[in-house]
Design a protein around this ligand. Sequence first.
Ligand code: FNR
Length: 367
Amino acid sequence: MAEHLAVQDNIGTPDLNGICTLDAFEALAENRLMRAAEVILNQGAGTSAGVRRNCSAWGQWAINSRILVDIPDIQLRTTVLGTPVSLPVLFAPTALHGLAHPDAEVATARAANRADTLMVLSFTSSVTLEQVAVHPTKLWFQIYWSKDRDYLRHMIDRAATAGYQAICLTLDMPVQPWLGAQMRQAVRETAEIVPAHGMARNIFLDAAMPWLHDARLTWADLGWLISICPLPLVLKGVMTADDARLAVEHGASAIVVSNHGGRVLEDGLATADVLSEIIAMIGGRIEVLVDGGIRRGSDVFKALAMGARAVLIGRPVQWGLAVAGSDGAQRVIEILRGEMASVMGMAGARTVGDITQGKIARRVHFP
Ligand code: FNR
C-alpha cells in the first residue's frame, strides 16, 4: 500500500468501550483515514444523495414498545442459509479494506469470527480469498459477472475449494457509475492500489476503458451460472418486487435487497422503502437479506420486522477497522448487538422470531 494512504497511526487507539454508537465510529474514522480513503468509503454516486437517503429512510419507522411481557433472556441468534450466526448482522462485501487498515480483510475476518457472524468477502479485496479463508470464519465470496466466463468459473471454483459457503453475485453495477469530482480525484490518487482479484480501479475514471462487467446479461444467463456453481447463489442488488420474483423463479438461494450503499444509482429508492414490498412478493420462498444505511440496532430490528432474515453492514465495518483494526470492527458489531438486545426487550421480543411486523409503526411526523 502506498505510504501516503496508510491510516494515520499517530492518533493512538481510543478506549473502545467509550465508543457507543456507529455515528461516533464514523466521526473517529474520518480523522484517521487519509482523505482519499475517506472519500472513497463514505461517498456514493453523483452527489451522494442516495447514501444519505438509505440512512434516513429507516427513520420513517418507529418501534412499538410493550410492557409486562415476560422476558427471561434475549436471544439474537439466527441462521442464514442454514449457517448459525450469533446475531442477524453480517459483514457486507466492501472493496479494499487495506485502505482502512494494514491487516485489511484478514482483520475483518478475525472480527467476524470473534463476533460469531458471517463475512462476505468482496471480489475486489486487498488480500486474496485464500489468505482470508485460513481463519475459521464463516465466509461467502462475492463476485461480479465478468465478460470472461472462464475467469468467473475459475474464481467460483477457487472460493469453493477454499471453503466459502455461498457465492454472492452482485448485479447492480452493469455499467460504470457516474462519480462526482471528489470521488474521481480520490480514485485517481489511489489508482495504483489494485485489488487482489478483480479489475484495476482506474477503469472508473476513463469511459474509454473496457468495463469488465457483462452488461449484456439477462435472466436466461443465470441458469448457466447456477449449473456451474457448486455453492448456493445469493443475488445482491435486487430493488424491485418484479426482480425478486424473477430471482426466485430462476433458482436464487437468497437475495440481498441492496442499492450498493448508494454508490451506483444516485436517484433510486432507499432499501428501507422497498423491503416490505419485496418480502411480500417473495412470500417466504427464499431468505431475504438487506443492506444500506443500517446504523443502529433499531434499524436491524425494523428490517427484521419487515421480514428480512438478516442485515449486512458495509461502511461501519471499515470505520471500525480504521479506528482500531480487528477490535474496532468487532466493537461495531457489539454496539449493534447491545442496541438490538435493548430494543428487543423494550418491544417485548425475546427471540428474533418474535420480531414481527406489528412491532413497528410508521411515524406520524417524519421530516
Ligand atoms: C461497497 N459495496 C460493494 N458491494 C459489492 O457487492 N462488492 C464490492 O466490492 C463493494 N464494494 C464497496 C466498497 C465500498 C467502499 C462501499 C461503501 C460499498 C456495497 C456494499 O456491499 C453494501 O451494499 C453497502 O455498503 C451497504 O451500505 P452501507 O452499510 O455502507 O450503508
